[in-house]
Design a protein around this ligand. Structure first.
Ligand code: NAD
Length: 295
């Protein structure tokens, strides 16, 4: 058996097209242009690529995009002052502070300073708490994209056994919480889990968010399971070139799973699409306009 390959690129394009349509309607009917501000401090090359892509996608969706670049030597007070200015700017509905921040800046303090209504990354504890108790919240983009793909693939997730490998605040924990919200029976596993292969084999839905190249082998996957690979790992090949791989050994798992996301081209493209969708959601909530269904 060979699994259905879940095409995250194609799905993300659908979401971005739907977002652009909603932006056109919001402009025409309510004079509302959703605005996203991205704050980038320091010289991390990967962060620069992410921010450039976010800016391009935001503009392509017809939204306002503001990029604030700060030096590697920026002080915590300066970052907080930028966040305060953006909190007060009525043309900005989403604020994303690109992580990691330079070491002299306290990331938690910066995230805490973002107005929760504009926290399109969904990392503020107010949003984490609201999501956990089932209230309207801004939901972290990567887990949101995973849930969209799972619902598209499987329909109702109710009663399925879901195993999330990884318990980070930005992927593992919110992913588990969203799956619980969909009435899955959820197991969170991590570096201290005993007999991880057996735990993984119990999963109808297996979400890998570990950051270890191809750690999850084909025989850890229950036949027919849906596998979502969040991991992005760059490995060096014998030729000296590099290649991106996930946390799941794709060549093995594809023979066992019912459906699987590839790396690249799976979860990654959905993350930016969900950021745009979250910005539209935030703009609607702030303006008191009814929210579109995106996804
Ligand atoms: P993290 O380092 O914060 O957390 C990793 C988690 O994996 C930890 O909770 C740890 O307990 C667990 N873990 C580590 N070793 C393990 C082991 N041997 N067995 C079981 N669990 C183990 O990482 P993160 O920020 O959650 O990111 C995870 C991966 O997802 C990374 O590869 C990252 O690049 C990728 N990622 C992708 C996207 C995307 O848009 N596709 C977004 C965010 C993160």
């Amino acid at each position: 058996m060979s699994a259905n390959i879940i095409d995250g690129k194609e799905f993300a394009l659908k979401v971005r097209t739907r977002v652009a349509e909603q932006v056109t309607i919001l402009k025409a009917d309510h004079g509302l242009t959703p605005g996203l501000a991205v704050v980038l401090a320091g010289d991390d090359p990967a962060s620069h690529v992410y921010v450039r892509n976010k800016n391009k996608s935001t503009l392509a969706a017809g939204m306002k995009s503001e990029e604030i670049r700060l030096a590697d030597t920026v002080s915590q007070e300066e970052v907080l002052a930028v966040v305060e200015r953006l909190n007060a700017d009525p043309s900005i509905h989403g604020i994303l502070v690109q992580l990691p921040l330079p070491s002299q800046v306290d990331e938690t303090a910066v995230i805490d300073a973002i107005d929760p209504a504009k926290d399109v990354d969904g990392f503020h504890v107010v949003n984490t708490g609201r999501q956990a108790v089932g209230l309207d919240a801004m939901v972290p983009c990567t887990p949101l994209g995973c849930i969209m793909m799972l619902k598209d693939q499987l329909g109702d997730l109710s009663g399925l056994n879901a195993v999330v490998v990884g318990r980070s605040n930005i992927v593992g924990k919110p992913m588990a919480s969203l799956l619980l919200g969909e009435n899955c029976t959820v197991t969170i596993s991590h570096s201290r889990t005993k007999d991880l292969p057996a735990v993984c084999r119990s999963a109808d839905i297996l979400v890998a968010a570990v950051g270890r190249s191809e750690m999850i082998k084909g025989d850890w996957v229950k036949p027919g399971a849906t596998v979502i690979d969040v991991g992005i790992n760059r490995i060096e090949l014998d030729t000296g070139k590099t290649r991106l791989v996930g946390d799941v050994c794709f060549s093995e798992a594809v023979e066992v799973a019912g459906a699987i996301t590839p790396v690249p081209g799976g979860v990654g493209p959905m993350t930016i699409a969900c950021l745009l969708a979250n910005t539209v959601t935030a703009a609607c909530r702030i303006a008191g306009v009814s929210e579109p269904e995106i996804g």
